[in-house]
Design a protein around this ligand. Sequence first.
Ligand code: MCN
Length: 784
Amino acid sequence: MVEQSIGKSVLRKEDKRFITGKGNYTDDINIRGQAYAYFVRSPMAHALINSIDVTQAEAAEDVIKVFTGLQVAEDGLGGLPCGWMVHSKDGSEMKQPMHPVMAGTKVNYAGEPVAVVIAETLLAAKNAAELVEVDYDELDAVVDLASAHSAPDIYDDVPGNTCYNWELGEKEPTLKAISEAAHVTTIKLINNRLIPNALEPRAAISDYNTGTDELTLYTTSQNPHMARLILTAFVQLAPEHKLRIIAPDVGGGFGSKISVYSEETAIAWASKKMGIPIKWTAERSESFLTDAHGRDHISEASLALDDDGKFLALHVKTTANMGAYLSLFASAVPTYLYGTLLAGQYKTPNIYVEVDSVYTNTAPVDAYRGAGRPEATYLLERLVETAARDMKIDPAELRRRNFIQTSDFPYQTPVALEYDTGDYEASLSKALEMAGYSEFAARKEEAVTRGKLRGIGFSCYIEACGLAPSQVAGSLGAGVGLWESGEVRVNPTGSVTVLTGSHSHGQGHETTFAQLVASKFGISVDDVEVLHGDTGKMDFGMGTYGSRSLAVGGSALSKAADKVIVKGKKIAAHMMQSTEDDIEFEDGEFKVQSSNLSKTFQEIAFAAYVPHDYPLEELEPGLSEKAFYDPGNFTYPAGTHICEVEIDPETGVVEIVKFTAVDDFGTIINPMIVEGQVHGGIAQGIGQALLENCVYDETGQLLTGSYMDYCMPRADDLPNFDVAMTCTPCTHNPIGAKGCGEAGAIGSPPAIINAVTDAIGIMDIEMPATSERVWRAIQQAGGA
Ligand code: MCN
């Protein structure tokens, strides 16, 4: 009998190839006769293009061709679409300016591509790009988010630069409750703009077969089928059945590789036009300029409480930056992935949220690890902590008084979502114990003797992930369904090949999905191979984002595996002259319950493919099943993060001395991988809270365009994390699993800023709380 592997920290199967340099990333792929692309990008954030002269560039050595944005558009290629329609308060549709593959007559952010040079070598393409002469008329750039409405309009048909003005919840009861409440805490805050920085830059290589008319595009995508759908149905690059998209090994995405970008579209089009393979790999500076950025909100929020600290009402007003164009998921991020999360873990009876989303002359903003949910959590958990300080109630106690109780589930929030399950008290209690909260005062006192300021901060987060029921998504404006596909192919010798519509780009699916399927069949994890990321191999799938792969993609595989077992029982019944109802499948064996006869999984697999003794009239040969799974609800991971910091008042340097995270992800397949996901997420949250900030100057030039100016967290910025789990299994998927991929980035930033402000004795500090900001805050607060 093979040991059941669910819940075991099986080492990652994919790591052998990664750590021995055998990974196969897009840039590792070379096709005979390939040319290289280099993009000419706008140096200005906002300008009219009077003309583009490519004569010199095309005459340069080794240059094959130069294409401009206008040429691409004239060839009939459509714009890059946004996949989520959001309506304004007045019912009107969001304003969506055309997002051309490359700019034709006007550029709207610095770095926007205007032409592409195709050459025999990368160096030749790069050199020739310098020879493309673009005559621009610079326009004033709209950069400041707060004043974007009153700035000149970027697009003629988008008055006030307003994309939409959205609302959720009941306005009148909320405002009334706030006006009558015994206590109201109000905060204003900025959720700083971030640049994703996946380890592997975006890349693409396209190959057109003039014989078969098939266009193959290898690209760094989190969702290759969706990319194919967009490039065929909207951009009209090729018929769907003639376009194959392969997303091979992908070195991180964090949301930035969901979108279909200009570059892969342009090279695929050029490759088809010229009948040659073309390769493009982003330089890091191009990634900074053009990968979809994240966050970028300004908010004001008020929480009304009664004298006992019971939450009565929450009013939130947010302005969200969309950048210059609507990226693929952009419109959904500050609305359905944000406003719907504002109930948090609390029973707040009245909630009303307004979101004003605006265009600016900056790179498009889209999903970045957590996408909307970190922004909601940051706002709510900063507000709750501030209210606790205002009312002089212990912050853990204030949260406790307002928690949704286990007996309340399923719990309908006032902002659309219905939480299926959770136990918020359990994660808070465990986190308080692990963090040694009761001894914190003593530690703070001791720190003072060393001249240090010590603070502690909480964050009790919830997120909706496992995106999502298609009907719900559709009713909220999604242009696609959000189900997932899975196929389980049992090979004749009993090993298994799994094909999934999910895409792994660091999350370890090749291991966890293998564990899931191996456990179903009672076989070894080593006997299961997981394939993903190729529209030519697997069924249409929706891809990976919104921590959905296990809850949705894994559930599809679980259903497909169940079908295999059902068929296996039929074969077994025939082979052992029994009835299907009398067969039990357990520990990798099909057993006749009423006797001691049994057949192994492998024997049944062999019989399915060598059907000499087989019920051919009743059953087809083969043992391969598919399933499509559309979830009944989101999953709702939740937990408590507690951060403890020490600050050196002389320098403002913040040291995280302890970070505790207690999360509830329901049933866990692989604790080591889940902990790794939590660690990675917290690291990104620490980056946002203390170090990272995307800054444009007033003309729209990106000032933080390299690692010299954009500070990513490094190992010595991070403490050892104390991570633990509680478990309330998800009630509506067959695994009981909730997503874990974003939780760390969602829960951590407010805990960190709550700790920093607690240490200094102030109510607020802007993220990132750099040592300079902290030092200034300490001076303003009256010094150490
Ligand atoms: N898992 C588990 N038990 C659970 C939940 C998850 O064992 N109860 C496992 C899963 O099987 C999977 C991993 O944990 O191996 C993450 O699963 P899940 O929460 O389903 O998230 P996804 O696989 O859908 O990944 C998406 C998520 C998101 S949205 C971002 S952004 C993100 C993240 O994952 N980007 C990442 N983690 C990342 N990790 C890496 N290394 N690189 C990225 O780009």
